[in-house]
Design a protein around this ligand. Structure first.
Ligand SMILES: NC(=O)c1ccc[n+]([C@@H]2O[C@H](COP(=O)([O-])OP(=O)(O)OC[C@H]3O[C@@H](n4cnc5c(N)ncnc54)[C@H](O)[C@@H]3O)[C@@H](O)[C@H]2O)c1
Length: 260
């Protein structure tokens, strides 16, 4: 935010932020917040129509933003995404946020569903990091934020989903160590239930969505689920220079759910 005396205190001024899963939920909220804090946004998603709406909303505020239609589980598409992002000259912040849910117990999970969960939620992080990190190193450093989940910390509605998110957490810590001397910080966020289209789909797949919602809300000490904006604020903190000694952290944003 700019102060009245003209001093600029925006947290991501002039930074280039690549955000995946920009078309909905947490990715959308993060893109709008990062842009508000001065970042130029490269947004990736498979949903072009909604992605372009987010980009247009950012441009309306006077900030630069581009959309690159990308399936983040596909190597060739991620390579192109990074190349296109470099039209801005560099990538300072990578927010690996795109994800999909599988809401099934192990015996009902098909091999295809297992592969989709691992590919979109975990392999995508590998691919986006693989092609972005060399550019960050050339540029003298950067920040990576991975969107994991409390489902990677405690049991959840799906072994396939939990395994993918547990993998993201383990990979975050390993990369943090690997890249510490390259001036690249790597942290992850573990949101609890957050009010997004994904959460609505998860609740619907578990039965009567309203009854399931009431039941699950009881396991949240704060008595409610979170908002995409609350997760975006945590991502912003990790992206900016307020967290310069943080790397390898697992930041839980869950209203007390995992402390219960
Ligand atoms: N909502 C929650 O309760 C919750 C909790 C914990 C973690 N998360 C994680 O937060 C992240 C964002 O979730 P959300 O709740 O905003 O979900 P969402 O469904 O609202 O948004 C996810 C976005 O990812 C995109 N996407 C899906 N597959 C893709 C692919 N192959 N390539 C590119 N984009 C793809 C979708 O099109 C969508 O725009 C996910 O990684 C999710 O696992 C969500």
């Amino acid at each position: 935010m700019e102060e009245e005396d003209g001093l600029n205190t925006m947290k991501l001024e002039e930074k280039v932020a690549l955000i995946t899963g920009i078309s909905s939920g947490i990715g959308r909220a993060a893109a709008l917040l990062f842009a508000q804090e001065g970042a130029r946004i490269v947004g990736a998603d498979i949903d072009q129509e909604k992605g372009l709406e987010v980009i247009e909303a950012i441009r309306q505020t006077g900030r630069e933003a581009v959309f690159v239609k990308t399936d983040v589980s596909e190597k060739s598409e991620v390579k192109k995404l990074v190349e296109k992002a470099l039209a801005f000259g560099r990538i300072d912040v990578l927010f690996n946020n795109a994800g999909v849910e599988v809401v099934k117990n192990l015996k009902d999970t098909t091999e295809e569903e297992w592969d989709r969960s691992i590919n979109v939620n975990l392999k995508s992080v590998f691919l986006c990091c693989k092609y972005t990190i060399p550019e960050m190193i050339k540029n003298g450093g950067g920040v990576i934020i991975n969107n994991a989940s409390v489902a990677g910390l405690v049991g959840s509605f799906s072994p396939a989903y939990s395994a993918s998110k547990g993998g993201v957490i383990a990979m975050t810590k390993t990369l943090a160590v690997e890249l510490a001397t390259d001036n690249i910080r790597v942290n992850c966020i573990c949101p609890g239930a957050i009010e997004t289209p994904m959460l609505r789909r998860v609740l619907e797949k578990q039965g009567n969505a309203e009854l399931v919602r009431d039941e699950r809300t009881k396991s949240y000490p704060m008595g409610r689920f979170g908002t995409p904006e609350e997760v975006a604020q945590a991502a912003l903190f990790l992206a900016c220079d307020e967290s310069t000694f943080m790397t390898g952290a697992v930041v839980v944003v869950d209203g007390g759910f995992t402390s219960h």
